[in-house]
Every structure is written in C-alpha cells, then in structure tokens.
Design a protein around this ligand. Structure first.
Ligand code: SF4
Ligand code: SF4
Ligand code: SF4
Length: 575
C-alpha cells in the first residue's frame, strides 16, 4: 500500500487563505474546490506549511501506530535520537532514555554517532578530491530540493547517506542486524527517508509525535524513575552532537582534519539562502575545493518544523554545546559508510504558449498589462506565475482577489440596478458614492437627469444636498452612526419610506428609499371598503331577517373587492 505523504491537508479545515501557497518555496500545493492539497511528487517535506497554516489544516503523518506495530513483532526496537533533543527536553539523558524505554523501546542511541561517521567519510573524500563544489547530504529536504529543483547541482551532493541512515546502519552493525530502528527528531522529511529505506530505518517520529505519545501514556517526564541501564547505546556521542546547529557539521569535519587546509567551508541554511548561494555558479568550473553545509531550516535543525519549544534558540544552542563532548583524536576511518547516489529528478516545468497564457489571463479579467497587479493575493508572486498554475490545473480563478473583487462589484452593481427601491450611498463629504437607476428616476428632474447622464461618473461625486430634500437625515446618520427610519416622508404629492444605515462608522452611509404613495392609497382604499362593510352590516342587523340574505351577498362582493385591492397593492410593491 502506498504511504501517505508526510505532509497533507485536512481539506475540511482549510480556509482557503492561500498562505501555504505563498510560503511554500516550491509551490507544491494545489487549490481545488476551494481547499489546498499537497502535490506529493513536488513536495520536499520541509514542513513549513505545517507551521504557518493559520487554520491548522496542514498536518504531519502520524506514525506512532507504525512503531506500536513494530513492538508487536517481538523484535528489539531502538531509537535513533536526534541531537537536538538536548535543547528541547529539560531533563537528563538518563530520564530521557527512561521515558523512551517506558514507551516500549529496547534502547536509545544518539543519531550524532552516525553524524560522526559521516563527517569522517566527508573529510576523507575532501582530502582525496582535487577541486570542486561539494554539498552536504545531511539534510533530506536539501537533497530533494536539489534533485527536484536544482538538478544541475545533484552531482555535487556528497554520495553519502544522511547521518540518520548511517546511524541506523551503525546500530545494526553494533547491536544486531535484526534490530529495528526508529528515528525521533525535529524533522518531517526523515519520514521520507524511512519510507525509502525501510531496511535501515523502520519509521521516523517527530518530537511533536513523541510529546503526544508521552502525554497519551501519562508519563511524568520530570519525575520518571531511572536505573543504571539508562545509558545511550552502544556509547555516548561526541562532536556529532553539533550537527543540528548551523555550521556544526563543518566544525566536526575540521576536527577530523583537512590535510592541506585547502577546503573553503561554507554553511548555508534555509532554501532561500541555498537559492542565492547557488546562483550564477557553474559547478563544473570550480577551481578550488568548496564544501557547503546546506540545511533546509533557517539556523539549522534546532529550528525544525516539529520542535515546539518555549525555550529561546540561544538557550537551546548553549545547551547543545554544553552537552557536547569532544574527542582528542577523531578517527580517520569511518566504522560504517552508507553510499548513496543523489540522481537529478527535475520537476517538469512546462512552458505555455503566448495564446494559452493570454487566454488564461482573460479568464481572470486581465486584458492589459495594467490589469496585472502582481499583488500575490492568489499565493503566487506574479499574475503570470498564477496563470501558469491555472493552466496546469493547480490553481482556480477564484484565487485572484482582484478578479473576485471585480466580479463582486459587478454583481453588486447588477443587484442595485435591479432593485425597485432607490438606493444611494453617501460619504462623509455628503457626496454620492453610488446610486442606482431607481434613485435617479425617483429624484432627478428631467433637466438634472440630462446633466448627470452626460457625466462619465453619473451621480458619483454629486452633492446629496442638491438631489434630495432630506439630506439632513444623511448628515445625522453620518454624525451619530445611528440608523434612521423615516416613514411617510412627504415630498410634493408623494410619500416615501426612508431607511438610512451605516456602512462605515462616520464615513459611509447607505439609504434605501421606497415610494409608498401607491400602497398608502391602497391602504386607504381598504379602510374605506372596510368601513362600508361595517356600515352595511349594521344596516343588515337593523333590517333583520328578510333583507339579511341580500346584504350578505353584498358583503361578499365587498370582500372580493378588498382582496383585489390587496392584490393590486402587492403587485405595485413588486414593481
Ligand atoms: S494555509 Fe493553506 S491549508 Fe492552511 S488554511 Fe490557508 S490555504 Fe488552507
Ligand atoms: S511541506 Fe514544504 S514543500 Fe511540502 S507543501 Fe509544505 S511547504 Fe511545500
Ligand atoms: S492580481 Fe490576481 S493573479 Fe495577479 S498576483 Fe494579484 S491575486 Fe494573483
């Protein structure tokens, strides 16, 4: 069965804010039916979208059950514990090991041991190389980023497996080939490593998953009892513990020793910085030896996506340094090497024709260059980038905010036009911002109508004082912020119901005005008829039996007439 991508979206939770698209460095997110989903084959599992999604809709695959199932196999399951644990959990290593053993693990070893082997092998490789650009393979996010999006540099990635995979190999060598290893750390991308190399790493959990599991088991980590068996296996780590810090790997390689001191070490963290570092470089034309320690998370793994800690990064860093032991002599030969080839796997970039792009731009109402606002509201840096996603089916027109605004304005204008009541919006300068046709017909004289019809903006900007005799109502609503309802406001031989309401406090008010003259007339007609019914019925009572039948027929006729009167009034209101 195909495994779920390490990062996925809970579609029902997505509020289609496009933040994940905006912030995903590789744009591996598709909008469909108003919700975002991860494009698995383009995702490098950096986890950034998980940390920034305001709705909590981006999730990390939970592999706790996978580990529990491993326990059921009866095999010994060990933890490869990422060195950043020391900065996250404020407990001694003995307690940390006791916690993990309490969950069911057979023992705990430090991933830093694998890091040390990687550093030794890297130093060896750099010493034997003549020249070239070398990029560390330690970060699976960077490895995938380069393979998929910077394929020309894939050959520069050192052909060594990551410290985590190397550590799994070392553990199997030292603790038994049949053991199972579960990585635990701040990194989501390690789940991809586990999926690709189940023979070495059976599963990968994040610190967040571990915290959840500890809580689920009600383990009191501060007060957990421990015994003499709570030691890292098969030994304590040394300088490899510096790996989660930016520059840490470089430091460890230097400790192994560079024979001729002829390597330039550079540390780069974050995908943005990696982009900048690799700009305008031809890896085939490097004449010296350059080693780039490249990490996907800015500042290193201590800023990994699943390392939720209240602790300041300065304290985390200082705790990692404090817990790191240094060796006087670092071996020159690694105990294990896991070779790994990083082949380019470029993500296909389709170049669309001018016709396709123009057609797609038209779809979002962009007919000229000026229409292309490049505002990033859709999640993309430019309108062109957005229409590329639109053509490839990864985006929807509704993402373009300016297009949606235009549609909304058009819809509102159409609705205003169709309303039988007069509608007008007035600003704090007592000037008309918007008015519908009914308003014009209701209040403009023929002469005024001619004047305003010839203006490009119509009534927009016209002073409301000049148009209606009840402008003081607008003034009052603007000043007080209170809604006003005025019934039967008489102008000449007409009666109006006026409702003025606040759109923006003291800035903008709107009014709906209905001509109720006709319905008032209908109402008096009804009253008149009703009075006639009463009069006739009184007469009927007076004339007693013989005339009753005749007058009852008359009453029925009258009531029919009333009903017609009502009908007429309702039809009039509908106009
Ligand atoms: S960040 Fe992405 S997943 Fe989260 S609510 Fe916004 S669009 Fe949806
Ligand atoms: S995990 Fe990273 S690459 Fe994958 S969708 Fe999220 S932000 Fe993009
Ligand atoms: S105008 Fe629309 S398509 Fe262009 S960047 Fe802004 S939201 Fe995206």
């Amino acid at each position: 069965m195909e495994k779920q991508n390490p990062v996925y979206t809970l579609k029902n939770e997505c509020n289609d804010c496009y933040k994940c698209i905006r912030e995903c460095h590789v744009k591996s997110i598709r909008m469909q039916g108003g919700s975002a989903s991860v494009i698995n084959e383009k995702c490098i599992a950096c986890g950034h979208c998980v940390t920034i999604c305001p709705a909590g809709a981006k999730r990390v695959r939970n592999d706790i059950d996978v580990v529990k199932t491993l326990f059921l196999t009866g095999k010994r399951v060990f933890v490869s514990l990422a060195p950043s644990w020391a900065g996250v959990y404020n407990i001694t290593k003995e307690k940390m090991i006791a916690v993990l053993k309490n969950l069911g693990f057979a023992g705990v070893s430090e991933t830093a041991l694998g890091a040390q082997e990687v550093s030794i092998q890297t130093a060896k490789m750099l010493n034997s190389a003549e020249k070239g650009l070398f990029i560390s393979s330690a970060c699976p996010v960077v490895d995938d980023y380069i393979r998929l999006y910077k394929p020309d540099f894939a050959k520069c990635i050192t052909p060594i497996a990551s410290p985590a995979l190397t550590h799994c190999k070392l553990m199997k060598k030292m603790l038994g080939e049949d053991i199972k290893v579960v990585f635990i750390g701040p990194c989501i991308a390690k789940k991809n490593e586990a999926d690709a190399h189940p023979d070495l790493m059976s599963a990968a959990l994040t610190f967040d998953e571990l915290n959840y599991w500890i809580k689920e088991e009600f383990i009191d980590i501060k007060n957990i009892p421990f015994n003499g068996n709570c030691k890292f296996e098969p030994e304590n780590s040394y300088e490899g513990a510096l790996y989660p810090l930016e520059g840490g790997m470089n430091e460890t390689i230097k400790q192994v020793g560079i024979d001729k001191d002829d390597v330039t070490f550079i540390a780069v963290s974050s995908l943005d910085s990696i982009d900048k570092s690799l700009q305008n470089i031809n890896p085939d034309k490097i004449e010296n030896k350059i080693f780039v320690e490249a990490l996907g998370c800015s500042g290193g793994c201590i800023n990994g996506p699943c390392l939720s800690s209240e602790k300041s990064r300065i304290l985390i860093t200082s705790d990692i340094y404090a817990n790191t032991q240094y060796r006087e002599n670092v071996p020159k030969e690694p105990r294990v090497v896991v070779e790994k080839e990083y082949l380019p796997m470029p993500v296909e970039k389709i170049e669309y024709s001018i016709e396709q792009i123009t057609k797609a731009l038209r779809k979002i109402s962009k007919h000229s260059e000026e229409d292309e606002l490049n505002c990033s509201g859709c999640g993309y840096a430019s309108c062109r980038e957005f229409v590329n996603a639109l053509i490839s089916g990864d985006a929807e027109p509704a993402q373009c905010v300016s297009y949606m605004r235009k549609i909304a304005v058009r819809k509102a204008a159409a609705m205003l036009r169709c309303m039988p009541s007069a509608v007008v919006i007035v600003d704090s300068n007592m000037e008309i911002v918007e008015a519908n046709d009914s308003f014009e017909h209701m209040f403009l004289s023929e002469e005024m109508y001619e004047i305003f019809a010839s203006r490009q903006d119509g009534l927009t900007g016209a002073s409301i004082d000049r148009i209606v005799p009840f402008s003081e109502l607008f003034k009052s609503a603007l000043e007080t912020g209170k809604d006003i309802h005025q019934e039967h406001y008489a102008i000449d031989d007409k009666l109006y119901d006026i409702s003025i309401f606040t759109i923006e406090d003291n800035e903008l008010v709107g009014a709906v005005i209905s001509d109720v003259t006709k319905s008032e007339m209908d109402r008096s007609k009804i009253a008149q008829k009703a009075r006639e019914v009463i009069t006739k019925n009184i007469a009927t009572v007076q004339e007693i039996a013989s005339l009753l039948g005749e007058h009852m027929v008359e009453t029925e006729l009258l009531l029919n007439s009333i009903a017609e009167g009502y009908e007429g009034a309702n039809k009039g209101d509908m106009k």
